[in-house]
Each structure stands twice: as C-alpha cells, then as structure tokens.
Design a binder for this molecule. Structure first.
Ligand code: NDP
Ligand code: 8X3
Length: 255
C-alpha cells in the first residue's frame, strides 16, 4: 500500500535533475536519501530541505561505479530512514563528443560504468527494500540519445540505449509485483551535463544558444507526475523534449 510519505532515494542529487527532484519531492512531503560523489553538496541540500519542509533527509557519498560504495550508501540510507520506497537511478554523464574510434578508454569507461553498471548496482542494492515495503517505484533516467543515435555520441548513445533495454527488461521481470518501473527520457536540458561533457564552459553554453531548453525542474515534474498517479497506472516510458527540439538533429535556434 502506498505510504503517506514515500521514502525516495536519488543518485546524482548534487546537481541538475537529481537536485531538482529532491526539491520538488520534498515539497510534496517525500522523505529523501540523496547521494553523489560531491557529498558536501548533497549534505547542504538535505539540510535545506529538512528545514524548509520538515521532512527526513539522509545524505551520503556514493560513487555508483563502485559496488561496495553503492551497497554501503543504500544500506545506510534505508537504516536511517526506516526503509525505501522509490529509487531514482539518475547519476550519469556524457564525456566528450568523440567519434567512436577516437574515444579514449577513460571516457568510454566513465560512461559505461556510470550509466549502465551504476544503474544496475543502484537498483540491485535498493530493490530488496522496496520488496520489503510492499510498494515501490523505480525510475530510470534515459535520454533521447537512447532513442536516436547521433554523430559524436556513439558511446553515450549506447549507454542510454542500454538504459532503455534495462528499463524494459525490469518492467517485465517485476510484472506481478507491486513495483512500478518508469523510464523518463529527456532531450536537451540545461544542467551541468554539458559542462561535464565538453570540459569547457563556453562550449557548454553554446549547446543551448538560441534555444529554450528543458530545465531540471521540468524533468523533476515528469518524475513527480508519474509517481503521483494512482497505483494501477504505470508510465513505462516518457520521452520529453523542449518545444524547440523536434528531434536530436532538428533544433530550432533563434540566432
Ligand atoms: P548533471 O551533470 O547536472 O548531474 C549529474 C549528476 O550525476 C551529478 O549529481 C553527479 O554528482 C552525478 N554523478 C555522476 N557520476 C557519478 C558517480 N560515478 N557516482 C555518483 N554520482 C555521479 O547532469 P543532469 O542532471 O543533466 O544528468 C542527470 C542524468 O540525466 C544523467 O543520467 C544524464 O545522462 C541524463 N540526461 C541528461 C540530459 C541533459 O540534457 N541534461 C538529457 C537526458 C538525460 P557528482 O559529480 O557529485 O558525483
Ligand atoms: C542528453 C541529451 O542530446 O546531449 O542525454 O544526448 S543529448
């Protein structure tokens, strides 16, 4: 049965979508477990949200590439909050815009280990807590890059096609259990994503030039809406793009 105040674990809550989801879900009365490598950021956010909304908020360091780190974070969060109901496997990144044959091992490993392996590790550690609670919802954060490949995105696109495959498989595997599975798949959204990808702030800004991109809060609102629907309703996949982006390759720019 749905709890009055669901306990939501979010990876990658130090920035962008994860931090926006934390803010929005705290305002709805959810309790939160917030994780990222930049632990001082998630601690500050948890402090802010505890004070603003009177919720319980746990914050911890986690590197989702590392099994021991994920297991320790999830166990500490569940113990501090008395369980878990919702997992948002959000932590992820693109690293570079290389043609496939030019991709350095460092960037290849960062994307595949975080975007694919990190998602498995997060859900693997969290799922027993949802089963124990008898009510749950698991969110994947996919991308338009998991629907349409593009030049310079081969490895990132492969990782997000992987996310899509995992979301669809998990939906089948959990059929019959009281656990919903949703993949929210955004297009271009202005967060720290492009700063991380381009490793250059002016190149990151140029990505959004002349466009009104999605905001992190727009994506958080998609998660909130899917979560708040009645228990028998499962949004399997939500593809969301800004109005200016008709497809990966067709973006209207006012310049
Ligand atoms: P941000 O760069 O703003 O946030 C990424 C978050 O992931 C940060 O909190 C970062 O925290 C965390 N993170 C990265 N690597 C790790 C790791 N190894 N362990 C733990 N946390 C990690 O980007 P977004 O908010 O935009 O991205 C969130 C998700 O959305 C990603 O999966 C991304 O691929 C996806 N996405 C983004 C789109 C966009 O256009 N912005 C569109 C579609 C999907 P820290 O560095 O502190 O560890
Ligand atoms: C992020 C959106 O277009 O950079 O997933 O791949 S895009």
């Amino acid at each position: 049965m749905r709890p009055e105040h669901p306990i939501v674990l979010i990876t990658g809550a130090s920035s962008g979508f994860g931090a926006a989801m934390a803010r929005l879900l705290a305002s709805q009365g959810c309790h939160l477990a917030l994780g990222a490598r930049r632990v001082e950021r998630v601690q500050a956010l948890a402090d802010e949200l505890r004070k603003a909304h009177g919720i319980q908020a746990f914050a911890g360091a986690v590197d989702t590439r590392d099994t021991a780190s994920v297991n320790a974070f999830v166990a500490a969060a569940a113990s501090a909050l008395g369980g878990l109901h919702v997992l948002v496997a959000n932590a992820g990144l693109a690293s570079g815009t290389y043609k496939m044959w030019e991709t350095p091992d460092e960037d290849l490993e960062a994307m595949m280990r975080t975007n694919v392996e990190g998602v498995v590790k997060t859900i693997r550690a969290g799922l027993p807590h949802l089963r124990q609670a008898g009510w749950g919802h698991i969110f994947f954060i996919g991308s338009t890059a998991g629907h349409q490949p593009y030049e310079g995105g081969s490895v990132y696109c492969a990782s997000k096609f992987g996310v899509k495959a995992m979301a669809h498989s998990l939906r089948l595997e959990l059929n019959g259990e009281p656990i919903r599975v949703t993949s929210v798949d955004p297009g271009m959204a202005e967060t720290e994503f492009s700063n991380v990808r381009m490793k250059d702030d002016s190149k990151a800004k140029a990505v959004y030039q002349g466009v009104t991109p999605l905001t992190a809060m727009d994506v958080a609102e998609c998660v909130r809406w899917c979560l708040m629907l009645p228990d028998h309703v499962n949004i399997d996949e939500m593809l969301v793009k800004c109005l200016d982006q008709a497809s990966v390759h067709k973006v209207h720019r006012r310049v």
